[in-house]
Design a protein around this ligand. Structure first.
Ligand code: ATP
Length: 624
């Protein structure tokens, strides 16, 4: 679906009214998935509710007319009238009870579907602004819109049944009165359709600004940003921006409400005119003994019901057209994964043996002329990268900020799949392997690793979810990350809640959180281990320990790490120096020092800085 609102204005148009019915089968599938039992109950109750108004008018009519007949007939009519009233009461109570329960089930079921899909997206999809907008709209409305759509669909069905049933009462009296009564709603429908278009455009153009408003409130209410907001004292600036956006929304809403009120008044006024005319005709017929008193009451009830039911149908159809956008977004979002999977299922690349996760063992990784630009970015982040890594080797990647170090490992991990050139794994293109089977063979600590506000067991165990209760594995991974002694001292060891969000949370320091993230990577029995700048939070002593442990762990496997501290990378079998997305040097520490190129120059600057630091001079760390 296009994101252009001018194209989407058509959402509220006559063809689209017809098209909106096309979603019904898929909507019913969603409803069925949420709860088949409740869906059947709601369908039956709505159909019953559709017939009851006509039955009630008939019963009233018969009851009043029976006053002039005999006692038995009057009692019979009375009992019939009471039964219809009771049925109405019962079915509407039952309907609201079933609908309340169904609403919860439906929103849970859709939320879970959305979460499952979000979890299966690729990085490029996830960072795509359109997908983010889609996800935000779908998520924002999943609590109430799916149920509202259900109500609209069933409302249309039930009101249509009522309209057909009730209009027979009028058709039997004067067919042209019925026709006239249907004419007004039809004309008003066209006007409300136009109004709906305008309303839709206003809402559509809001998506970006509401995302900004959400982000502003997020910055003000999350502890991760609170420190900076407080220190730099820009809370009032954020609030003013937020106020500017939401007050703009209110102004737009006011204009729309004014238009809606004037339209509603005009058509209700015409409705009143129609009502007066028909009422006069009914009295005239009764006065000339053409119909009985009960029929007059029946006709009055029929007119008011037809007017209110047709108004409801108009509102429900218009509402449904607007909800169409939600359905389009929801279905487009749910279908994303299918598109992406197709790329990997290229029959030329798939080889059963290699897709069997039990057999996959990464022995060799080769980058051949790999170039990469982030989706929708003009700038190339990596240019013609080439290197080979064999099992048993370790490689350090160094380079200035923004030189492409993290991007390179994201490609290696296949978080981004579309690039120029080839990434070969054991001699085969990486696309030949099942994505999750391949990723399972890699353990990584990201630069922006996650601090899970959960017990330590989860923070470490998420590295290998199947072993989350395996104490031996948890201790092994923690000892490899050098946090075993620290865990011994925690009140509930692995069951200690971490962070400050939840009760009894134990807050860790930046370095401790990072070691927990390293333990998480070590939980995996992987072929490739990646540490993206593990030293950013670690003091030099801790960094040395982590690297030593890392060397032990990656023996006989592939180890890749990124660091700005060159003193930490000297042990690597290969050191790759990146500059503006290109490999400028690659070799061992000694080879690169002998080359006397970029690496040697940077190494000397850092060494010099350490010597100066030791002598108590200025801190120049992390120059690279
Ligand atoms: N998600 C993204 N979308 C668009 N561009 C990105 C994204 N991530 C990184 N870039 C761009 O790609 C280039 C390389 O970034 P990358 O994060 O790989 O550098 P780096 O060497 O890891 O830097 P640092 O040392 O600061 O971590 C930069 O120009 C950056 O702006």
């Amino acid at each position: 679906m296009s994101d252009n609102w001018t194209e989407n204005m058509d959402m509220i148009s006559v063809p689209n009214v017809i098209r909106s019915f096309g979603y019904w089968p898929r909507v019913f599938q969603l409803l069925w998935r949420a709860s088949p039992g409740y869906l059947l109950a709601i369908t039956s109750l709505n159909l019953i509710q559709g017939f009851l108004p006509a039955l009630s008018i008939g019963a009233t009519q018969q009851l009043i007319n029976s006053i002039t007949s005999n006692w038995d007939e009057m009692i019979g009519s009375f009992l019939f009238f009471i039964s219809v009233m009771l049925c109405t009461l019962l079915s509407s109570s039952l309907q609201s009870y079933v609908e309340t329960l169904f609403q919860g089930k439906l929103s849970n079921s859709i939320n879970i579907m959305v979460m499952e899909k979000a979890a299966s997206l690729t990085m490029s999809d996830f960072e795509n602004a359109k997908v983010q907008d889609q996800l935000k709209r779908v998520q924002n409305d999943s609590g109430h819109l799916p149920f509202q759509i259900t109500k609209q669909i069933f409302g249309i069905v039930s009101n249509l049944v009522s309209l057909v049933a009730i209009s027979t009462i009028l058709v039997l009296w004067k067919w042209w009165v019925a026709l006239l009564l249907f004419l007004v709603p039809l004309v008003s429908f066209v006007f409300f359709l136009r109004f709906g278009q305008r309303q839709f455009v206003v809402n559509w153009k809001r998506a970006d600004r509401s995302r900004t408003a959400w982000y502003l409130s997020y910055l003000l209410t999350r502890d991760s940003s609170f420190k900076e907001v407080k220190l730099y004292n820009f809370a009032s600036h954020l609030i003013a921006k937020y106020r500017g956006i939401v007050e703009g929304f209110l102004r737009e809403d006011k204009r729309l409400a004014r238009k809606q009120a004037s339209l509603t008044f005009t058509f209700q006024f015409i409705d009143l005119g129609m009502f007066t005319l028909t009422l006069f005709l009914a009295f005239w017929s009764a006065f000339h003994r053409q119909i009985q008193l009960g029929n007059v009451v029946g006709i009055i009830q029929a007119i008011t019901q037809i007017q209110s039911k047709s108004q409801s149908i108009i509102q429900q159809v218009l509402g449904l057209c607007q909800s169409n956008l939600y359905m389009e977004q929801l279905f487009a979002f749910l279908d994303i994964r299918a598109d992406r999977m197709e790329r990997r299922d290229d029959p030329a690349l798939v080889r059963d043996k290699h897709n069997d996760r039990r057999h996959l063992r990464i022995e060799r990784i080769e980058f051949k002329n790999v170039s990469f630009s982030y989706p929708e970015q003009n700038q190339t982040s990596l240019r013609k990268i080439g290197f080979t890594l064999e099992r048993g080797e370790s490689m350090a990647i160094v380079g200035h900020n923004g030189s492409g170090k993290s991007t390179l490992i994201k490609l290696l991990m296949q978080l981004y799949t579309a690039c120029e050139g080839q990434i070969l794994v054991n001699g085969l293109p990486v696309q030949a392997y099942d994505l999750s089977a391949y990723q399972e063979r890699i353990g990584a600590v990201f630069q922006d690793f996650v601090q899970y506000e959960m017990p330590l067991r989860h923070n470490v165990g998420y590295g290998n979810i199947e072993e989350i209760d395996n104490e031996r594995k948890l201790w092994q991974a923690s000892s490899a990350a050098g946090i075993d002694a620290f865990i011994e001292k925690l009140p509930k060891r692995f069951d200690t809640q971490l962070g400050r969000w939840f009760e009894e949370g134990y807050q860790l320091s930046g370095g401790q959180w990072q070691r927990v993230a390293i333990a998480r990577a070590f939980m995996r029995d992987a072929d490739v281990y990646i540490l993206d700048e593990p030293s950013s939070f670690l003091d030099p002593q801790a960094e040395r320990e982590v690297f030593e442990k890392f060397r032990e762990l990656v023996k006989g496997r592939i180890g890749i790490f990124i660091s700005h501290r060159l003193s930490s990378v000297t042990f690597a079998d290969k050191i790759m120096v990146l500059h503006q997305g290109e490999v400028v040097e690659i070799g061992t520490h000694h080879e690169l020092m002998n080359n006397n190129g970029t690496y040697a120059k940077l190494y000397r600057i850092q060494a010099d800085t350490y010597i100066r630091q030791a002598a108590g001079q200025q801190d120049y760390t992390n120059i690279v």
